[in-house]
Design a protein around this ligand. Structure first.
Ligand SMILES: C[S@@+](CC[C@H](N)C(=O)[O-])C[C@H]1O[C@@H](n2cnc3c(N)ncnc32)[C@H](O)[C@@H]1O
Length: 399
């Protein structure tokens, strides 16, 4: 099988110890959880990974303040739709370096001071290493800032807007592999050979249980004639449902905006995509080697749009719609912003060209422009239609 034939990678001592304690192998999902979120060894948990052009990988807000400036009117619209006498929260899950949170806070204070006066910034960051850097970055934030877990918020749900920018792609995924007869859970195994370095292998593990197999039906993986080649491998997203439930319990009413890499199920699970979407990133390099230097590389999987929509609906979120980032940002005025750059005086040519390049990268259909923006609403009062007419779903303004 192709997955079994993947190259072996050395096992660091901490991981070898855990794999031995677990009987020699763990499901890929457990491995990904450890490699990213272990407080001591995980790439995010330890705070080792850095987001930005000088870090391990770039994200839209790390390219400069234009992304937040374009998003701000959308956030303001949703905050304004909440009832006028309530305290408001702008929540960000997985804030990374804190760039987006800081830039949005500044935009709100500058453009919507009355709204900002009622708003607290709430950061949801389970990884202590990342939270430490966010505290530093947000020292000069013009809004009051709090770091809270979803569990803490659930005790006293807030009202406002929750952003999840490139965070659901960091939740551990389950990998499944077709062995020619059965669907199996892929596992990461410790390979011990006398007089050789301990290494890690991807192996087909236990067959999926009947209730797990049923989840493959809506993804088109069980239909007659949909047989894959032995070794065909993909991902499932069980942690997303848990995350959406926890988010729903934390936000009494308001809007969730998910921005991430995503495919429709027909693209995600197409027969020709024989190795899923998981990628590793470090030092601005992309790799398909998922077992190399565990805890040093970011591991990230696309979202499946149908899985996201279904899990959101089951968790009590109402879909407001979704759009590609390129279209969303054009609807929010990116073309006008690009045009406005040319009219600016007193700004150096280098700075202007840098901003122009960043704006174009945000809508590049081959990279960030293909990201999906998916919005969901929740309201405390049942029957309340909740926020709608999202700006980012409208047609671009005429230039
Ligand atoms: C790819 S970075 C994105 C950073 C930032 N949102 C950006 O776009 O620049 C992922 C972030 O999500 C955090 N994270 C991972 N799992 C999380 C979870 N279950 N809940 C909230 N944040 C999480 C990571 O520690 C990190 O801060």
């Amino acid at each position: 099988m192709s997955s079994a034939a993947a190259p072996a990678h050395p096992a660091p001592a901490w991981l070898a110890e855990r794999l031995r304690a677990a009987g020699g192998a763990v499901p890929f999902r457990t491995y990904m959880q450890w490699a990213l979120h272990d407080p001591e060894h995980g790439a995010y948990g330890s705070g080792r990974l850095q987001v930005g052009p000088r870090g391990d990988f770039v994200t839209s807000p790390s390219l400069g303040p234009d992304f937040a400036a374009l998003l701000a009117p959308q956030i303001a619209q949703w905050l304004q739709q909440q009832s006028a006498d309530q305290a408001l929260a702008l929540l960000e899950a997985g804030p990374g370096e804190g760039d987006l949170a800081l830039q949005l806070a500044r935009e709100l204070v500058a453009g919507w001071p009355e709204l900002a006066a009622r708003t607290t910034l709430v950061l949801i960051e389970p990884n202590a290493g990342m939270a430490e850097r966010q505290r530093e970055r947000l020292r000069e934030c013009p809004l009051p800032c709090r770091w809270k877990s979803f569990a803490e918020l659930a005790a006293q749900p807030v009202c406002g807007v929750l952003l999840a920018h490139e965070v659901l792609d960091a939740l551990a995924v389950e990998r499944i592999v077709w062995d020619g007869t059965l669907w199996r859970r892929q596992q990461v195994a410790l390979h011990e050979v006398p007089n050789a370095e301990l290494s890690l292998r991807l192996e087909p593990g236990q067959p999926l249980a009947p209730q797990e197999l049923a989840q493959l039906e809506p993804l088109g993986l069980l239909q007659p004639g949909s047989q894959r080649q032995p070794g065909w491998c993909t991902e499932l997203h069980p942690e997303q449902a848990l995350w959406l439930e926890a988010a729903a319990a934390a936000l009494g009413s308001g809007v969730l905006l998910v921005i991430d890499y995503a495919h429709e199920a027909w693209r995600y699970y197409a027969p020709q995509r024989s190795n899923g979407t998981l990628m590793a990133y470090r030092n601005q390099q992309a790799s398909t080697e998922l077992l190399q230097e565990p805890g040093c590389w970011d591991l990230t999987a696309h979202l499946c749009l149908e899985t996201l929509e279904q899990a959101a609906a089951e968790a009590g979120w109402r879909s407001l719609g979704q759009r590609r980032q390129g279209e969303a940002l054009l609807a929010l005025g990116l073309a006008q912003r690009l045009h406005g750059l040319q009219q600016q005086s007193g700004v150096g040519l280098d700075a202007l060209l840098g901003r122009r390049e960043a704006l174009l990268r945000l809508v590049d259909p081959h990279t960030l422009g293909d990201f999906r923006w998916a919005a969901f609403a929740r309201s405390a009062a049942s029957g309340d239609p909740g926020p709608s007419d999202a700006l980012f779903l409208q047609d671009p303004p005429l230039t």
